[in-house]
Design a protein around this ligand. Structure first.
Ligand SMILES: [Zn+2]
Length: 304
């Protein structure tokens, strides 16, 4: 039995595994590297214990992070029918494979201080972010159903949906990013084809990471054809890393990729578009495509 939200006693409110991960790895947070939060079922009449799965693991795999019932038997919420969004699996299985049920309908891009950049266009208030809002929606066959909508600031959550979500749902659900609304899957573009459209989520396999002093450059494995084949890289300055709460694990991840060239790593980014740039290498001019990311919250790595 899996859960995508939990009631956190210490914080006195419901939390997502993404929030818990942010709190744990953020060096500016007072709970940095402290596993002292306890999690309970969100059902206020149940409140049986939940355990986080994958939340405290430093290098993210493709498996979505979530909560699991410590003991299914303790969940009084499971005795009645009608499972609410955010719970999945059978009522008896302790080891059910995790199935995602919470799909945000908007990614809210944030600045370095966590403030949303598109506050005017977004319909979500701060309280509504990551809280489902029930909206009756009409299907093509005339039937209506309650469809839940919510926005999130967590890019990790969006990437988890892409990698683990239900295909049919994601092919059909609308997803908003900045001024664009498209079907969820159509919002993702392999870096090889980034030239097709601006303003999407781009991803690809990492070829290598290079270190320049305290700065890093992530090179994608695939070169991209723009009149000729050009390398695509994301430039990450030391100052940018210092402004990021999860700076320690970010630097460790970069070093890990440098030292483990046989491991497959995938990189996703959003909110920025590759631009042509020229740099000097051994006295030769090299043309490349560079991604000048402004906030590391908009970059996600997945390790195989
Ligand atoms: Zn429960």
């Amino acid at each position: 039995m899996s859960f995508e939200k939990a009631f956190c006693e210490n914080l006195g409110r419901a939390v997502t595994p993404y929030e818990v991960r942010e709190i744990y790895f953020d060096e500016d947070s007072e709970r940095y590297m402290k596993k002292d939060l306890s999690f309970k079922c969100v059902d206020k009449d149940c409140r049986a214990e939940l355990v986080p799965v994958g939340v405290y693991i430093q290098r993210r795999s493709k498996r979505a992070i979530h909560f699991r019932a410590k003991s299914v038997k303790d969940h009084t919420c499971l005795t009645y029918k009608g499972e609410e969004a955010g719970k999945s699996g059978t009522k008896t299985g302790e080891d059910d494979p995790f199935k995602m049920t919470r799909y945000p309908s908007e990614l809210i891009l944030v600045d370095n201080k966590g403030k949303s950049k598109n506050k005017i266009t977004t319909p979500w208030t701060d309280e509504e972010i990551d809280e489902e809002i029930k909206n009756p929606s009409t299907h093509g066959d005339g039937s209506t159903s309650e469809w839940t909508k919510f926005g999130t600031k967590s890019f990790e959550h969006i990437v988890d949906c892409y990698e683990n979500g239900n295909k049919e749902i994601l092919e059909n659900m609308d997803f908003t990013l900045g001024d664009k609304t498209k079907k969820f899957y159509k919002m993702f573009k392999n870096i090889k084809y980034f030239y097709d459209e601006k303003g999407l989520v781009y991803y690809g396999q990492v070829g290598l990471v290079k270190k320049y002093g305290d700065n890093y450059k992530i090179f994608f494995k695939d070169k991209v054809w723009v009149e000729k084949y050009m390398p695509v890289s994301i430039y990450i300055s030391s100052e940018l890393i210092d402004r990021y709460g999860k700076r320690k694990i970010f630097r460790e991840d970069m070093e890990y990729i440098i030292n483990n060239k046989d491991k497959k790593v995938f990189c996703y980014f959003v909110g920025v578009y590759p631009e042509p740039s020229t740099y000097e290498h051994n006295g030769k001019k090299v043309e490349s495509l560079q991604v000048n990311i402004a906030n590391l919250k908009h970059l996600a790595l997945r390790f195989e």
